[in-house]
Design a protein around this ligand. Structure first.
Ligand code: ADP
Length: 394
């Protein structure tokens, strides 16, 4: 019987599962999406043939169907050895992953107001797995945990003290599992100890964030109290003037509409008016579509400004690293971003960049570049599986 580790990633309207063997080799994956809608649907291993879900299936029902399917297909033979859950917000309580017990669940609930779209569904995933596998150790791996090493000057906003002390208003940072993986991989590539490796890590997917990592530790990051701050993203604005709320309320737009606009209608989608998909935007811009070009320009310029800003937190730099769907695959975004950074001595090698660093040990920078620029495919699921094994003492 194959021994497995299960990774569960419950999003606001989707749930992803990944099955690893005990040596952390990925064996299977599953995705259920459009949950709580009539057309809820699931796929195993990205197969085009869908798996039937009950109409309007919720997270719990979807998880049950996916586990049954894994079992029928003999991918899962008996309970897994451990289950790792992605949990978005760990507040200041969790500096690292934690075994799930009643205290852990209470602490995750306590910070749910800070991630209302995510923490409650993360907890649904945990409860569903506890019901299906009551005796299997479960582990929570937090997006925020890696950033708990931020110094106070980087995590405090210039707001009255009561905002922090009474309501926990501070920068928490997100995508921590991905940024953690980046520094592990960069250290491996350079043959250095993680504790001596310093990078600027740009995670560019639908959500985007950038982190300065000094000697293996997160010391500054672009996302803040929520995952809205910082870079331009697929549908999120990133940084705007907070005066916007007051100004727009004077124009008759209420705070909840501004919130929805900043989260769902902004970013690449808002600027282009077409889509949040970077691939499509690059194609449209190539055909002369000006709003698509503008969206790419704003995205790359903001990113370049942040790369510059992150150097203020570092005393040395081993590499600038790009990851996520855009970071790994868009030669255009990397080129247009790095163009702004010639004063820092960063230069791209056009050919290596076009090959996404695949023929050059991940490097896309020119030999003359002051610092190496790398592309590294992220693997958050693997980190979650490793953390689940570690905490379950496998
Ligand atoms: P998520 O944050 O949802 O995991 P991904 O990391 O998969 O998202 O990134 C999605 C983004 O990556 C989309 O904007 C998509 O267009 C972009 N992307 C994927 N492949 C390419 C490519 N070849 N060129 C440019 N952008 C790409």
């Amino acid at each position: 019987m194959e021994e497995t580790i299960l990774v569960v990633n419950s999003g606001s309207s989707s749930v992803k599962l990944a099955l690893f063997d005990k040596h952390h080799r990925k064996k299977a994956s599953a995705l259920a999406e459009k949950l709580n809608r009539k057309d809820a649907i699931a796929h195993i291993d990205g197969n085009s043939e869908p798996i039937e879900l009950p109409e309007g299936a919720n997270h719990q029902q979807a998880l049950q169907v996916l586990i049954e399917t894994f079992t029928q297909q003999k991918r899962l033979q008996g309970p897994p050895l451990a289950i790792g859950h992605r949990v978005v917000h760990g507040g200041e309580t969790f500096r690292e992953a934690a075994l799930i017990d009643t205290d852990t669940i209470a602490a995750i609930e306590k910070v749910s107001d800070l991630a209302p779209l995510h923490n409650p569904v993360n907890l649904v995933g945990i409860a569903a797995m506890q019901a299906l596998f009551p005796s299997v150790p479960q582990v929570a791996v937090f997006d925020t945990a890696f950033h708990q090493t931020l110094p106070e000057k980087a995590y405090r906003y210039a707001l009255p003290k009561r905002c922090y002390e009474n309501w926990g208003v501070r920068r928490y940072g997100f995508h921590g599992t991905s940024h953690y993986f980046m520094v592990q991989e960069a250290a491996r590539l350079f043959g250095k100890a993680v504790e001596k490796t310093s990078i600027i890590s740009a995670h560019l997917g639908n959500g985007c964030s950038i982190t300065a990592i000094q000697d293996g530790k997160s010391v500054d990051t672009s996302m803040g109290l929520t995952p809205l701050e910082g870079l331009v993203m697929g549908t999120r604005s990133g940084d705007v003037d907070p005066g916007l709320f007051d100004y727009l309320s004077g124009q008759g737009v209420c705070a909840s509409d501004v919130h929805a606009m900043l989260n769902n209608e902004s970013g690449l989608l808002g600027l282009s008016g077409h889509t949040n998909d970077m691939r499509t935007l690059c194609e449209l811009a190539e055909q002369g579509d000006k709003p698509s070009r503008l969206a790419i320009d704003v995205f790359c310029f903001r990113l370049a400004r942040y790369i510059g800003a992150m150097t203020a937190s570092l005393t040395h730099l081993d590499a600038v690293v790009f990851t996520g769907g855009i970071g790994e695959n868009s030669a255009e975004v990397r080129r247009e971003t790095i163009k702004h950074l010639s004063l820092l001595g960063l230069t791209i090698d056009p050919e290596l960049n076009q090959q996404h660093g695949k023929q050059s040990g991940n490097r896309v920078s020119h030999a003359d570049s002051r610092f190496p620029i790398l592309t590294i495919p992220t693997n958050e699921e693997l980190v979650i599986a490793q953390e689940a094994s570690r905490l379950a003492s496998l």
